[in-house]
Structures are given as structure tokens and as C-alpha cells.
Design a protein around this ligand. Sequence first.
Ligand SMILES: Cc1cc2nc3c(=O)[nH]c(=O)nc-3n(C[C@H](O)[C@H](O)[C@H](O)COP(=O)(O)OP(=O)(O)OC[C@H]3O[C@@H](n4cnc5c(N)ncnc54)[C@H](O)[C@@H]3O)c2cc1C
Length: 410
Amino acid sequence: MTEDFRARARAWLEANAPRRAAGDDDGESGAATTLAEQKAFQAKLYDAGFAGITWPTEYGGQGLTNAEQIDWSREARDYDLPNGAFFIGLSMPGNTILEVGSEAQKKRYLPAMLRGEEIWCQLFSEPGAGSDVASLQTSAVRDGDGWVLNGQKVWTSGAQYSDFGAVLARTDPAKPKHEGISMFIVDMHAPGVTVRPLKVATGHSPFNEVFFDNVRIPADGLIGEENKGWAAAVVMLRHERIAIGTMSAPRTSPLGYESLRSLAAGLGRTDDQAVRRRLAELYARSRGVQLFGLLLREEAMAGRLPGARGSVAKLAGSDLGRFAANVALDVLGDQLAGSDAEELQTVATLIVAAPGSAIAGGTSEIQRNIIGERVLGLAKDPGVDRSTPFNQLRVGTQRSDVPASSGEPR
Ligand SMILES: Cc1cc2nc3c(=O)[nH]c(=O)nc-3n(C[C@H](O)[C@H](O)[C@H](O)COP(=O)(O)OP(=O)(O)OC[C@H]3O[C@@H](n4cnc5c(N)ncnc54)[C@H](O)[C@@H]3O)c2cc1C
């Protein structure tokens, strides 16, 4: 059975997807294609029966097992699937709705995601709530049978082309910070939603600021239970960590061993002992990260969740990215400055972008805290603000002199 599936997957990929080539970056899958092309590719993937392999058939999935998912991943890893815009929606909000959403939400939203019709984003971080996301100040106030959303999110990847977002908002500021939060589905095209791109050092705008001004959320927009949004957030953060922590290490990245060795050879620098040592270390570290990611991915697909080991993979992967950027600087040095060569420009862009991987999906310090507490068994952060009503905390722009009885966070 899985033999047939694997042969079918191999044939379909060969006929429909571009093979990875040295110079492609695994983390930017589909970056060079237009949104329309990405939607068309996702629709083709769905029609061929390779989207949502383990999701139930009643929600548009294939209803197959982890064995087929593992086969698909093994076959697909040599191809550059041009559907990166769907990565966040399918791995984070999609899996969260599948776990804690209502029957109506699963039927309405999951098939449309799989068919490539609707793109989703994740709206958690705010200017005053990143690592400590439970300090968020965006509010959702009851209005009839729905809610009215007000506030600001930041660093929202893909918001500029998303149709829907999974947003965390405070629904009861008189409760301790983790207990008064709810998760909602927000229509990104609704009146009152403003998306402003943020330009990063590379010159690109991968993420955005998102403002909500009296945005109406209908009654069926609540994911999970009211004031139990932290539980839904934990589910989504788990899926985020699995998705990022088990991503394959960039074997063919311009900052990878193969690419930098060939660039060093082209510049006649491979006789330099110091350069050879740096390249050898890059090869060894890349291989370790790649094999650990592969192990976790296959374990996760077989039903064993990585838990805190996902943080080890995430930390090792982002450390490797920064190490590779330093090796690239050592190898290429002043060749990078002002070069018109496309290959060198790509390397320069990736060097500038490298620190971002140590922040996205939870910073390296937060991963170290998790590893310290859950892998090494060190003492847990006492969390002195965990039981105080949120509206009595000094958080972000929230005033500490607002009486708890006012019920408003600001
Ligand atoms: C490429 C990229 C994509 C992103 N995409 C999204 C997205 O789609 N949706 C979304 O909601 N967010 C997104 N983010 C935001 C990301 O989740 C946050 O930037 C991250 O959680 C850190 O929050 P912060 O920037 O507010 O930093 P802060 O939390 O303010 O941290 C500042 C510094 O303090 C350190 N620190 C904080 N708390 C502790 C602690 N307890 N112990 C030790 N050190 C600590 C941090 O490690 C960091 O060095 C993205 C970020 C990046 C870089």
C-alpha cells in the first residue's frame, strides 16, 4: 500500500515540482514564485491527493497514516515545492483548528486551506508582548453574540496576503494574564483591519504591523472556549516548534558547506588552513543539525512528539545559521562589498537575515530556558505575575493606577 503511494508521489513530484538545486534556500521555499503560482501549485497538490495527507477526509484531507506522510516527506525533500505561503496556515492555525476548533470551523476552513484558496497568518506578538505573549493587550469585548477587536499586532509574517488570521486577544482583563485570553478567527479583509509592511535590513518586507480598529468578530469566530485561549495558544506554539524545529537543515543553501566551499575554491582560498578549518567545522555542524532534524521529523510523523527536544533543534538550527554567516564572511570577506554577482548578493542578503532565525518562533534565550527547565530539570522561573489580575500589572503601556474594577486593560 505505502509502496504504491510512494511510487505515485515520486512520479508526481518528478512531473510537477522543480528539483532543489545548489543555490536554493530551504527556508524560503516558493519565495521566487508569485502568489497566484503558489495557490495554483497548492491546488494541484490537493487534486493529486498529496495535501493534508493525515488530515481526516471529511475536512479535505487524505485520511492516510503517518507511514504515507513519512514517505511523502522523504520523496519531497529533494524538490523545492513552490507553496511556502501556505506553510504557516497549514502547520499552525490549521493544525490548531483541527485539534481544538468546532466542527463547523473544521468544515469551513480546513478544505479551503488545503485547496490553496485561503492563506492564513498567526497574530500573536505585540509591541509589548513577544516572548511573554500572555502580556498581550489587544482586546476583544463582547458585543451582542460576537466581539469587537481593538489593538495592534507586530511581526506578522504573510499578513499582507493572508485571508484569515488566528488572533489572540484579552477577553477578561480582571483575570490573571494567562486566564483572560481567547483565540479568534479574524477576517483579514474585514473593515477596521490595517496591514502595514515592515522593511527589514535585507530590503524585503516579510512581516507586518497589523492594526485592529473596532473589527467585528462573529459568534462562530471563537477557537476553543472563551478565556481558554492560552490552552489553544499552547497547542499552536507546539505545532510551530515542531514545524520549525523539524525543518530540514539547508543542505543546498547558499550559506551551506557545498556553496561556500565552491565559492572559496573559485577565489583560490581553499589552500588557506584557517578557511579549510572553518569549512570543515561548518560541514560537521550542518550534518549534526540535519540528522537531528531528520530524527525528530520522522519521530513526530510516527506519533512521538519532540517535546522540549524541539527547542534543542530550533536552537541548534539558528546557531548554525549564524555560524554559517560568519564562515561566509571569513571566506568571502571584502569580495561581498559592492559585488554585482547575483550569487554573492544572495549570500550577502542571507548573512544580513541570519540573526532573525534566533528570534522567530521563540528566541534562543527562551529555547535555553525551556531546555534548562524541561530537559536539564533546573529550577523554573517563579513567574511572580501569574496570579495577579492582568489589569493590576504594569505591562507595556497599561497604567498601574487603573482600578481592577474598571475592567479595561488600558
Ligand atoms: C522572521 C520572524 C518572523 C516572525 N513571525 C511572526 C508571526 O508570524 N506571528 C507572530 O505573532 N510573531 C512573529 N514573530 C515575532 C516573534 O515571535 C517575536 O519576535 C519573538 O517571540 C520575540 O519577541 P520580541 O521580539 O517582543 O522580543 P522580547 O520578548 O522583547 O525579547 C527581547 C530580548 O529579551 C530576551 N528575553 C525575553 N524574555 C526572556 C526571558 N524570560 N529569559 C531570558 N531572556 C529573555 C529575548 O530573548 C530577547 O533577546 C516573528 C519574528 C521574526 C524574527
